[in-house]
Structures are given as structure tokens and as C-alpha cells.
Design a protein around this ligand. Structure first.
Ligand code: ADE
Ligand code: ZN
Length: 339
């Protein structure tokens, strides 16, 4: 398949995005506009200066800038504008379903009310459903560098809104903050009927992936790259049909891999793992979902069938009911046939 043919297929394949931090979709232009609107001082003189600062040597490097960036988000309208901008990008990439992460602790610790965050994001998601035909689920992440007690307090804040939040996740600094630290709060979330997922094996060792499965009892693994170091773990993930939400450009920009050709996507598919492609924090890592598909497809010479498998995995690994998944799978077959 030539690159233009492959790119055209990527563009027309319906996709779900399962690993997207909404705060990571804050483009420098909007960051500047919100800083001005809210009178927030930022240590950058121009959009170009902001982009130049987006050079990271590891996850923590990025997180320091990511938390600084989100400080311009103050009002319900800010969270609406942020989410709406992302949804328009997603629609342009033919994304039909999104499962969005948000980091309430990144906002409540700055004095922004939990409800301000939730209301703004949800209002945009509902507008996206009505106007862009993008369905959604919302996943609240706990920041793992903070305490278990803080995570419980965040879950308490979510209690009046459980009908609006579909799952919980675990993100932020992985090394030194193993899933075990959050076993009890995840157990409580599961009792409440919430879906659970966790970042594991991005920088952390395969043991963290084992803990996410055994102690948190996750329904997906976010990233999962380092699971490939442990053949028994690979066999387990494959036999359970566990979805891995891989983020190729994120991996490159955070030095999890050193060139895009090192992306584990092809190896994962060959090992029978249910890999998906996602953008993680597109404003910081240089690309939205189709950019991620194109980068790996070109570097790994992925076939049309492999690209369709990745798109199918994104729906079968989603929280959508089976009948809705089936509708999207049929649309993928049509896209593959060139219809
Ligand atoms: N928060 C936002 N993006 C993240 C990532 N890639 N890993 C961990 N925490 C994050
Ligand atoms: Zn992530």
C-alpha cells in the first residue's frame, strides 16, 4: 500500500479514542487566550516560546509543564472551550467515540470547584454528541503522585455526580507510585459500579502492569509498553483480550522510544495483543489521533488490514454497548472496502 493510499484509509476509518487527557489537548494558542481572559501570568512571551518549551526527556519533564499549562483553566467556559476544541479536531479525524480522561485534582488543588470542571467538560461532550455525532464516556483520573487519602477525597467529590462519570483512571508520575498504592480506592470505585483503568508500563516495570491487573482489576491498560519485557505477562494479556491504549507520538516525545519505528504496536499485534492507537496529550506531543496512526503506519509499514484491526480494537475495547460497537465495526469494513 502506498503512503497516500494508506493515509486516505486512515482518514476514512471510523475510530474511537480511548486515551486522551483533555488537559493535554490545550493548544498554546488557547493557553495564551485563556491566560489573558483570566489574568493568569504565564512564563512565556509567545506561542512560539511555548512550543519551544515542549522538549521533554522523560514523563516528569512533561508533567511539570502540563500542570503549569492547566493553571489557565479557571471557569466552566474554559473547560467547555478546551473540550470543544478537542472534539472538533477529533471529528476532523473521523473519531466517532471518545473516552476522555480528566484530572480533577489538578484543578481542585488550585481552588477550582470540581463541578466547574465537570460541568464545562460535560457541556462540550453533550454538544459534540448532538452536533458532531461523537459519543463519549468520561473517566476521572487520580494523580498517583498524591496520596491515597487525596484519591479517596476526590472520589467523595465525585459521589453526587456518579451518573455523569463512567470510570476512574490512574495517571501522573509512574515510577515510585505503583498501582498497589491505590488498591483500596480502586476497590471502592469498582463497588460503585465504575469502570477502572490505569496507566501502567509507560515508564514503570512489568510488575506495575501485573499490579494493575491483580490489585486494581483494571479493564484496560493505558500504554503497557513495558509488558513486552515479560513473556508470561504478554500471554496473560493476550488470553484475557486486554485492551492496551498505546500512544506512539507520546512515547516518542517522552523518550519511552527513541524513534517512531521502535513503537511496539506491530509487535503487540503480532503477539496477539489488543493494541489501540491514541494521542494521549496531543497539544504537547505534536499530533492528534490520525497523526499517530500515520506515523506508525509509515514507520512500521502497517497494512490496511492491520490498520483496520487497530480501529476495530478501539471500539471493541471501548465502553460502548455491543450493538453500538457492531455498527462501528460494519462501518470499518465499509471503509476498508473503499466505500
Ligand atoms: N498525564 C497526562 N499524560 C500522561 C501520561 N502520558 N502519563 C502519565 N500521566 C499523564
Ligand atoms: Zn496518558
Amino acid at each position: 500500500m502506498t503512503n497516500p493510499d494508506r493515509d486516505a484509509l486512515i482518514a476514512r476509518l471510523p475510530k474511537a479514542e480511548l486515551h486522551l487527557h483533555i488537559e493535554g489537548s490545550l493548544e498554546p494558542e488557547l493557553l495564551f487566550a485563556l491566560a489573558e481572559r483570566n489574568g493568569v501570568a504565564i512564563p512565556f512571551a509567545s506561542v512560539e516560546e511555548v512550543r519551544a518549551a515542549y522538549s521533554f526527556s522523560n514523563l516528569q519533564d512533561f508533567l511539570d509543564i502540563y500542570y503549569q499549562g492547566m493553571s489557565v483553566l479557571r471557569t466552566e467556559q474554559d473547560f467547555f472551550d478546551l473540550t470543544w476544541a478537542y472534539l472538533q479536531r477529533a471529528a476532523a479525524d473521523n473519531v466517532r467515540h471518545v473516552e476522555i480522561f480528566f484530572d480533577p485534582q489538578g484543578h481542585t488543588e488550585r481552588g477550582v470547584a470540581f463541578e466547574t470542571v465537570l460541568d464545562g467538560i460535560e457541556r462540550a461532550l453533550k454538544a459534540g454528541e448532538a452536533q458532531l455525532r461523537i459519543s463519549y464516556r468520561l473517566i476521572m483520573c487520580f494523580l498517583r503522585h498524591l496520596s491515597e487519602e487525596d484519591a479517596f477525597a476526590t472520589l467523595d467529590q465525585a459521589m453526587p455526580h456518579l451518573g455523569r462519570i463512567h470510570g476512574v483512571g490512574l495517571d501522573s508520575s509512574e515510577l515510585g507510585h505503583p498501582p498497589a498504592k491505590f488498591a483500596r480506592v480502586f476497590a471502592r470505585a469498582r463497588e460503585l459500579g465504575l469502570f477502572v483503568t490505569a496507566h501502567a508500563g509507560e515508564e514503570g516495570p512489568p510488575e506495575y502492569v501485573h499490579e494493575a491487573l491483580d490489585l486494581l482489576k483494571v479493564g484496560r491498560i493505558d500504554h503497557g509498553n513495558r509488558a513486552l519485557e515479560d513473556p508470561a505477562l504478554v500471554a496473560l494479556l493476550a488470553s484475557e483480550g486486554m485492551t492496551l491504549t498505546v500512544c506512539p507520538l507520546s512515547n516518542l516525545r517522552l523518550c519511552v522510544i527513541h524513534e517512531i519505528g521502535e513503537s511496539p504496536v506491530r509487535r503487540m499485534l503480532d503477539l496477539g495483543l489488543k493494541a489501540t492507537i491514541n494521542s494521549d496529550d496531543p497539544a504537547y506531543f505534536g499530533g492528534y489521533i490520525n497523526d499517530n496512526y500515520r506515523a506508525v503506519a509509515s514507520a512500521l509499514d502497517l497494512s490496511g488490514a492491520e490498520l483496520a484491526t487497530l480501529a476495530r480494537n478501539s471500539f471493541t475495547g471501548s465502553l460502548l454497548p455491543t450493538a453500538e460497537q457492531a455498527r462501528h465495526l460494519a462501518a470499518i469494513s465499509e471503509a476498508l472496502d473503499g466505500r
